[in-house]
Design a protein around this ligand. Structure first.
Ligand SMILES: Cc1cc2nc3c(=O)[nH]c(=O)nc-3n(C[C@H](O)[C@H](O)[C@H](O)COP(=O)(O)O)c2cc1C
Length: 183
């Protein structure tokens, strides 16, 4: 059985709701980066033993939250020993605007995975972009590199768009399937 972890930061709970769906699809465990940008030593050990790591962060000011960036910089200790080389990686970001510069945050996650020599898994879902498409449809934001999700600025944690949550579960499953194939 592959060990997969979703390691994420969420300031106000919306990204956590997405992380839970990704973890459900992947059969993964969740590790939350705390408000200080930290995880525990035991959690670092779990990440080091994993077959696949899925990064998640809200988009704040056009990039990942500072807490996620602190975590990313802390992974440099692992980078020195190539400790995450050839693990499978994926990533997601959630923000309020349909665009909101989410792609920048996603590329930050992909670049972090690449710095570690990882194997990045794309979203693998066709966009729902017809006139009839709604936020209840899978990949209605039309991403491809990884998972983009949206919670409008006045939305509660329970109001992350349904289509995005479906996309999240499917993306998690895709990462688990790829990990299984490579193991
Ligand atoms: C400091 C800050 C900066 C933000 N910057 C952006 C942004 O650049 N683009 C965007 O679409 N939404 C932005 N938002 C909205 C958040 O991305 C959105 O509320 C998201 O759902 C928060 O996720 P969280 O509840 O997991 O923290 C920002 C919110 C905060 C608090």
């Amino acid at each position: 059985m592959s060990k997969i972890f979703v390691v994420y930061h969420s300031g106000y709970g919306h990204t956590r709701a997405v992380a839970e769906q990704v973890a459900k699809g992947a059969g993964a465990a969740l590790i939350a980066i705390d408000e200080n940008g930290d995880i525990t030593e035991a959690e670092w050990a779990s990440l080091n033993e994993a077959s696949a790591l899925i990064f998640g962060a809200p988009t704040y000011m056009g990039n990942v939250s500072w807490q996620f960036k602190k975590f990313a910089d802390a992974t440099s200790k692992i980078w020195f020993t190539r400790g995450w080389q050839d693990k499978v990686f994926g990533g997601f970001t959630n923000s309020a605007s349909p665009n909101g510069d989410k792609q920048v945050a996603l590329i930050t996650l992909q670049t972090l995975a690449s710095q570690h020599g990882g194997i990045w898994v794309s979203l693998g879902q066709a966009p729902s972009n017809t006139k009839a498409a709604t936020a209840d449809d899978v990949n209605n934001l039309g991403g491809s590199v990884g998972l983009l999700t949206r919670a409008p600025a006045d939305a509660s944690v329970d109001e992350v768009h349904k289509g995005d949550l479906k996309s999240a579960e499917l993306y998690g499953k895709r990462i688990a399937d790829v990990t299984q194939r490579l193991s």
